[in-house]
Design a protein around this ligand. Structure first.
Ligand code: BTN
Length: 254
């Protein structure tokens, strides 16, 4: 059920309107349904919990009450969800740092603190009536007790509540986050993506680490070395060969 609708005319595109629901299956799904109607770019769908939250690579995203679950509808000029999905990790990290958790980005866009995941992003590119949209779904473990997450997730996860001895209301976190995403999106529209990727590189804690990448071609280990101009993670294998990793699963080795 929709429990509120908020407006902020100071924002440029993202978060001028926020539709707040108590429970949804998935905010990404609701956002995609809204594409059938006449909506403004930057519209945000927010739910207090999700019963069928979705993660990357077909995984589920546990979405108990207390966490923050939002989807933002964007209409980028370039039909490319991929780089935008990478870059949206930056405002998420910025918001976490603002509220006291010095998080970084595990490639491609997991916000992590001390190797534990605290937020995830699922960006989906979709066409509706020949218009390309990106639905950027962001899930943040804000006021969640770790034991409310599935047992297999707990060892590699953390929450804002666990890391900070301060209650941060979700509406306050969301307000700050949307301001940051709004700024990022303006920069994305008006600057060359190389500059933004440079900033991304600075926040990506995977660079310099040994990693194991599993793709459709198989598994390889090496050192994460750089972010390529197309947003791929460049990995140098033990024989000095360079590989570009984009899609698959990535493990950061100790
Ligand atoms: C991941 O790290 O696997 C991505 C997780 C993305 C979760 C968010 S929560 C809001 C939005 N709605 C969803 O169903 N998924 C995204």
């Amino acid at each position: 059920m929709k429990v509120g609708e908020f407006h902020d005319s100071n924002r440029k595109i993202v978060g001028r309107t926020v539709l707040h629901h108590d429970v949804l299956e998935s905010t990404n799904e609701t956002a995609k349904e809204l594409l059938e109607t006449d909506i403004e770019e930057g519209l945000v769908v927010w739910a207090d919990r999700q019963v069928a939250g979705r993660g990357r690579q077909g995984r589920a995203w546990a979405s108990p009450a207390g966490g923050l679950y939002v989807s933002i509808i964007l209409r980028p000029k370039e039909p490319h969800a991929w780089i935008l999905g990478l870059l949206i990790g930056m405002p998420v990290v910025k918001a976490l740092r603002h509220f006291g958790v010095f998080a970084g980005l595990k490639y491609p866009n997991d916000a992590v603190y001390q190797s534990r995941k605290i937020a995830g992003i699922l960006c989906e590119g979709v066409y509706r009536r020949d218009v390309y949209y990106v639905v950027a779904g962001i899930g943040v473990n804000t006021n969640v007790d770790l034991d409310k997450l599935p047992p297999d997730v707990q060892p590699n996860a953390t929450t804002l509540k666990r890391e900070v001895n301060l209650f941060v209301a979700n509406d306050e976190f969301l307000d700050y986050l949307l301001n940051q995403v709004d700024d990022l999106y303006s920069r994305y529209r008006n600057t060359r993506v190389e500059f933004l990727l440079k900033d991304y590189r600075g926040q990506c804690t995977t660079i310099g680490k040994r990693v194991a990448a599993t793709t459709s071609k198989g598994k390889m280990t090496g050192r994460a070395y750089d972010i390529a101009a197309n947003g791929a993670l460049v990995i140098m294998d033990d024989a000095g060969g360079k590989h570009e990793f984009v899609e698959g699963s990535l493990e950061v080795l100790k």
